[in-house]
Every structure is written in C-alpha cells, then in structure tokens.
Design a binder for this molecule. Sequence first.
Ligand SMILES: [Zn+2]
Length: 309
Amino acid sequence: MQVFYATQFVLPLPPGHRFPMAKYQLLRDRLADELPSVRLGQALPATDGELALVHTPAYIQSIADGTLDPRAMREIGFPWSEAMAERARRSVGATISACRASLREGVSANIAGGTHHSYADKGGGFCVFNDAAVASRLMQAEWARSHARPLRVAIVDLDVHQGNGTARIFRGDPSVFTLSMHGQKNFPFRKEESDLDVDLPDGCGDEEYLHALDLALDELDRRFDPGLVIYLAGADPHEGDRLGRLKLTWDGLEARDRRVFDWAWQRRVPLAFAMAGGYGTRIEDTVQVQVNTFRVAARYHERWQNRSR
Ligand SMILES: [Zn+2]
C-alpha cells in the first residue's frame, strides 16, 4: 500500500504550542517498523495551478510570501515560516498522490492532511490549504481527459470537528458529496452546511456513534454514487483526546474504520484517506489510533490486489 508523507518539513513552533507536530514522525516510524506492506513515498508539493482549483490566487500568494494579515494568520494557528508554507503544499501533494494511487490500487493514504477547516480564501484551525478539496477537483480534471462521465467524489469526514471549509467549498456542487460527523458543541462554533451533517452530543460512546455512522453511510448510499472516496480518519473522537469531547474506545474507532473501508470495498470504490486531527493527552494514543487505521486499510488494500478482474 502506497503511503505519502511530508514529515521532513517540521514547523518551527513556539514552546508549549498545542499542535502535536511530533505525531507525524512517530506515525511514520511505527508504520515503517510494523506494517511491511506499507511503501512510504515522499510527496511532491502541490503547484500554484493545482491549489488554484480551490483556493483564490491572493490567498495562495499570501501564504507563499508570508504576507497574510496577522489576524488571518492567528485563525490558522501557526506562525508563518517558509517551512510552514512548503509543508502546507506538500501535505496537499500527499493527498493528491494518495488519490492517484487509490484509483490504481484501491487504497492509499496521506500520513498527514485532512485540513478541512480551510476555505477557498482563508485558513483556520491548523489548516492552511484544503487537501481533500484540491485533490477532488484535480482528480476530476484528470479523470475527464479519458472518461466521458465525470468523476464523483464522496468526502467522508469523521474527524470530530466539522469539515466547515470543505462543506463551503463544495456547496452547490453536485459532483462532490460532503459527509461530516462531528461533535455538535465542538469547534467550529459556526458550522457550514454539508450535504450530510451528523451532530453528535458530548460524551458520545461507541454504540451511539456506530449506529449514527451506519445511518449516515446508508443515506450516502441512497443519495450518491461515488467513483472515489476520500476518508478523513480523524483520531480525535478517541476518549483520550484533549479536544474531542467524545468517548470512543480503541475498538470503537477500529469498528468505525472497518465500516468505512467496507462500504467502499463492497461497491469497489477506490478510497484514499488522510489523518486529520488527533490531540491525545498522550500523543502515543493518537498515533495508536492512526496505526490501527492503517492496519485496517492494509487488509482492504490486499483484498483489492487479490480481487478477480
Ligand atoms: Zn479535528
């Protein structure tokens, strides 16, 4: 299974900054040690032209040269640096590469990404560019060169925070279905309208969560027929998360992942996934949730390789 990373670009963050940047390197190390079927590849940076499929030229330029106004920068939550701008591009590039690989092999991943709070003209909540949105538009453009029917993309966002940027970007676009399951009272406090939003109460546990997910996937099935799924496998619904406010166990999260992979596999729809959020009180717990997602994914990747054509 091909997995793409941009972890060599580490943001210089001030001491005590609450973003757990180290988790990406920890995850990459564990995948290299524990999952021999994972082939790690370095992501290329997304180009200006690719970013412009979603983002405004003025916003792209202001991130590139560090001229974004300070208030907008504070919304993102990272101090600007060249490494920050490069990493943001690479992270989009990793999701693009993962989408291309999944269209060939069935399943692929970005070790980072899932930056769903990013809008066309602004960032927010540790998100600079919207990787899933850029990758969706680019895959549709590449697909259109050799297919008469357009590529329809479902973005299944199970990060605990609403995918507000993604919802806004694709509002009124019938070719991309946005599904977001998130904590009702959690950030962002002004939510956008996705094609399907599932609001969860604080303290929601495995049983309630999985029931809601089953209903959501049934509804997705009734309303949409994707040729590609992009799955945001956020680790922040875990009970050990500082920001998540939900109570999912390891087993609950693994069952969540299996449901999503199974949904795509049963329909033979390629699936690319990205990590999105995870802010465990213990960073190792966040990484463990993510490793578990990769274990599930590797099994589905193997099924794709063994399927009868
Ligand atoms: Zn999140």
